[in-house]
Every structure is written in structure tokens, then in C-alpha cells.
Write a protein that binds this ligand. Structure first.
Ligand SMILES: NC(=O)c1ccc[n+]([C@@H]2O[C@H](COP(=O)([O-])OP(=O)(O)OC[C@H]3O[C@@H](n4cnc5c(N)ncnc54)[C@H](OP(=O)(O)O)[C@@H]3O)[C@@H](O)[C@H]2O)c1
Length: 403
């Protein structure tokens, strides 16, 4: 498909993106010492929150009215006041721990990190300016100091460490997750939360790296918010406030169950597994039919990710169909039905596999093995060595900006 028009349109679309001043990086010490917020940051935050000027609580999503919570209802001063008596103990410093932790720190909240001392995360946290004994502790110590315990260990580690963590979750503390996985599949994970504490969830809809980069750009990730247990009557308010504090632009409501089902389903489907399978199938057929690797890669991945997908993201599928040639439009509309009908049974099989806990069982069993990192590395090496991704490397190196 000829893509010059798309590239032009993409340039225009990206120029139209709202740009806001980035929020300066601060150390935790200066963050806590300078409350209330310094002037420059106030200006940056005001600019950021002005992007969220709708100020509405319900949105009509294609005929279904849903409640959404927006950042503008939680300006920074209100957040600082709301959490003034809290210590947020963020346990785990992987993808989400890094993004959420740094955003909380830059927002001026009293946040501490809890990780095991000899792990990779401890070193990474130190590199990010967390100071041992001040705001970086071993897991148990952090939990004992925290009033809100943000469990951002990997899902397998949440299950493994639960027997040690549970007794420390005493009355008055709040337990926070970014995935419904552990409590929803408690038969498998054994994460049976204490009955006398609030249990809440904020699940950013993206990688922890994006949670951080969007925040730094003055933008915000979309997140879902859910309540598992509300013993104080304040669980929802607390969850929404935390959602904004970790860098969400807006939050939509869900339940722990729906969050985990949709999340496991999505990442196995269109977000990664499904799309990878579709890339591979299309590429292999092109290669088997005599097309060169560069052509097969360009027509399968490069044009999709560099040109069409960002436009679909910015404008929707109808716009995309309207913006392409009539030849492309005719064929794409005709074939979309066949793909949908063929794939729908696979998606139903996948949803069942998620709902019955089969996916959770597989994930727990695999990711709790002591050599799971090495095993993943072997699989990733195999993917890295597939012709499609080796061709992709060459294609990417030809992008003018990479030369
Ligand atoms: N990644 C995402 O994009 C994403 C998006 C939305 C929600 N979530 C959810 O956010 C939560 C955190 O996910 P993540 O991807 O950020 O996790 P991750 O990158 O896999 O982080 C793993 C963390 O767990 C620690 N850990 C692993 N095994 C441990 C053990 N046995 N004892 C103590 N610590 C251990 C690691 O520390 P060491 O370095 O010491 O091993 C590391 O700090 C999960 O519930 C996940 O489902 C993730």
C-alpha cells in the first residue's frame, strides 16, 4: 500500500499533539523538603492539568454511560493534603515500580521502596536516586513503615512472598495492586487478603516505562480503578487519588475480576500474542511466495507500526479506511469480515482459558521456576533469530533518523 499520504498525515497528526512542559526530575529529599510545590513545578502541573479540562464524571462510550475520574479533580495540592499522613510503601521495582515510584516521588508524596537487597531492582533503585535507609528498604522494613502497601512485585512473586507479607498487613493499612491477578485467582495464588483492610487497584493500561514517559511529557496514562474490599468507606476515593498520583490522566471503573480477565486476554490477543502470530503468518506466506525479506517486512510490520497503526490510534478505523486508496479500502473492508470470523473462535477459546484459571496456573508454574529468566532468554533468542525480526533490524537501521 502506498504510504506517502499516511506519512504526511502522520506528521500533521503528531504536530497537532498537545505538548506540555516536562516535569523536572527531583530527588525525594528535595520533593519532601519543598512542600508545598515549588513555583516551576506548579506551573508545569497547571499546564498538564489544563489538558484535562472536560471536568466531567460520566462519558458516553458508544451508548454506554460510564464513570471516569480525571486528573483535574485531583490537583497536586489536594493530593499532597490527602496523603499528608501516609507513607506509600511500594514493594517491587520492576517496570511498574519504577514508573509509579518515580512519578509519586516527583509529585512530592512520601514514598519508599521495598525490594530484596541483592536483587537487580535494588541496584536500579539506587541508580534512580533512592537512598538506602532513607527511602529504600528491604521488603519487610518497607511494609512495616508504610500505611499504603503497593504490591508491585511480579505476579508470581506476589504469590511466593504472600505467607511472609500477609501477617504484616495489619488493620489500618491499605493494600494496593496494579493487577487483579493475585486476589482474583486466590485458589491458585493463595493470596487471601485480610478481611479488615481496604484492598484497591489501579492498573495502568501500558508499560511502566510509558507510565513514566507520559508523566514526564506532562501527559497521563489511562488506567482502570477497582475496589476489592472497602472497610473504611474511603477505598474508592483513595484509589482514584492514588491513580492520579502515580501519573494517570484519567481512570475508568472496573472490578478486580474484569480487570484481570481483560488484561490477560488482551495481552495474549491483539496487544502481543495475536498480533505476533498474525505478523508471522503474513510474513511467512510472502516469503514462501517469493517476496524478499525487505518487502515482506515492510508490507507486514514497518508500514503497520510506522504509518497505519498510529493513524488508527489517532483517528479510528473509519478514518483510516477513508484515508487510503479506494483499492486498499475495498479489499481491506472485504477481508476484515473473514479474519474476524476465523479468529473469533480462537478469542473465545482464549477467554475461556483465562477465566478458568488455566492461564494463571501456567503463568504461576512457569514464572516461579528458579531458572525462569534463563528459559525466557532462550525463547527470546529464538524470536530474535527469526528471519522476520532480523530483517526488521535491517529495515529499522535504514530509517533516516537511525542513520
Ligand atoms: N509490566 C507492565 O507493563 C504492567 C502493566 C500493568 C500492570 N502490571 C502489574 O504490575 C505488577 C508489577 O509488574 P511488573 O511488570 O512491574 O513486575 P516485574 O517487572 O516483573 O517486577 C518484578 C519485581 O518483583 C521482584 N521480585 C521477583 N521475584 C521476587 C521474590 N521472590 N522476592 C522478592 N521480590 C521479587 C523483582 O525484584 P528483583 O529485581 O530483586 O528480582 C522486581 O522488583 C504486576 O501485578 C503486573 O501484573 C504490569
Amino acid at each position: 500500500m502506498a504510504s506517502k499520504t499516511f506519512v504526511r498525515t502522520l506528521r500533521t497528526a503528531s504536530k497537532q499533539k498537545i505538548s506540555a512542559p516536562s516535569i523536572p526530575k527531583r530527588s525525594f529529599v528535595s520533593a519532601t523538603a519543598t512542600r508545598p510545590v515549588v513555583a516551576a513545578q506548579r506551573t508545569a502541573l497547571a499546564a498538564a492539568s489544563q489538558q484535562q479540562t472536560r471536568g466531567i464524571k460520566t462519558v458516553d462510550f458508544a451508548g454506554t454511560t460510564e464513570t471516569v475520574y480525571e486528573r483535574e479533580d485531583w490537583p497536586r495540592e489536594k493530593l499532597l493534603d490527602y496523603f499528608k499522613n501516609d507513607t506509600l510503601a511500594l514493594i517491587g521495582y520492576g517496570s511498574q515500580g519504577h514508573g509509579q515510584g518515580l512519578n509519586l516521588r516527583d509529585n512530592g508524596l512520601n514514598v519508599i521502596i521495598g525490594v530484596r537487597k541483592n536483587g537487580a531492582s535494588w541496584k536500579e533503585a539506587e541508580q534512580d536516586g533512592w537512598i538506602p535507609g532513607k527511602n529504600l528498604f528491604e521488603v519487610d522494613e518497607a511494609i512495616s513503615r508504610g500505611s499504603i502497601i503497593m504490591n508491585l512485585l511480579s505476579d508470581a512473586a506476589q504469590s511466593e512472598t504472600w505467607p511472609a507479607i500477609k501477617p504484616q498487613l495489619t488493620k489500618g493499612k491499605t493494600l494496593y495492586f496494579s493487577h487483579g491477578f493475585s486476589p482474583v485467582f486466590k485458589e491458585l495464588t493463595k493470596v487471601d487478603v485480610p478481611k479488615d483492610i481496604d484492598v484497591i487497584l489501579v492498573a495502568p493500561k501500558g508499560s511502566g516505562r510509558t507510565v513514566r514517559s507520559l508523566f514526564r511529557e506532562g501527559r497521563g496514562i489511562n488506567s482502570s480503578v477497582a475496589i476489592y474490599q472497602d472497610v473504611t468507606g474511603k477505598a474508592e476515593e483513595k484509589a482514584v487519588a492514588l491513580g492520579v498520583a502515580i501519573g494517570s490522566g484519567y481512570l475508568y471503573k472496573t472490578t478486580f475480576e474484569k480487570e484481570v480477565y481483560s488484561d490477560l486476554y488482551g495481552e495474549r490477543g491483539c496487544l502481543m500474542g495475536g498480533i505476533h502470530g498474525m505478523f508471522l503468518a503474513q510474513y511467512e506466506v510472502l516469503r514462501e511466495r517469493g517476496h524478499s525479506p525487505s518487502e515482506a517486512f515492510n508490507e507486514t510490520v514497518e508500514e503497520a507500526t510506522q504509518s497505519l497503526y498510529p493513524l488508527i490510534g489517532a483517528n479510528g478505523m473509519d478514518w483510516m479506511y477513508a484515508a487510503c486508496s479506494t483499492t486498499a479500502r475495498r479489499g481491506a473492508i472485504d477481508w476484515s469480515g473473514k479474519f474476524k470470523d476465523t479468529l473469533k473462535p480462537v478469542f473465545n477459546e482464549l477467554y475461556d482459558s483465562v477465566k478458568t484459571g488455566k492461564e494463571t496456573k501456567r503463568s504461576l508454574e512457569y514464572n516461579s521456576q528458579p531458572d525462569y529468566r534463563e528459559k525466557y532468554e532462550k525463547e527470546l533468542e529464538e524470536i530474535r533469530n527469526l528471519e522476520i525480526w532480523r530483517a526488521g533490524k535491517a529495515v529499522r537501521s535504514l530509517r533516516p533518523e537511525n542513520q
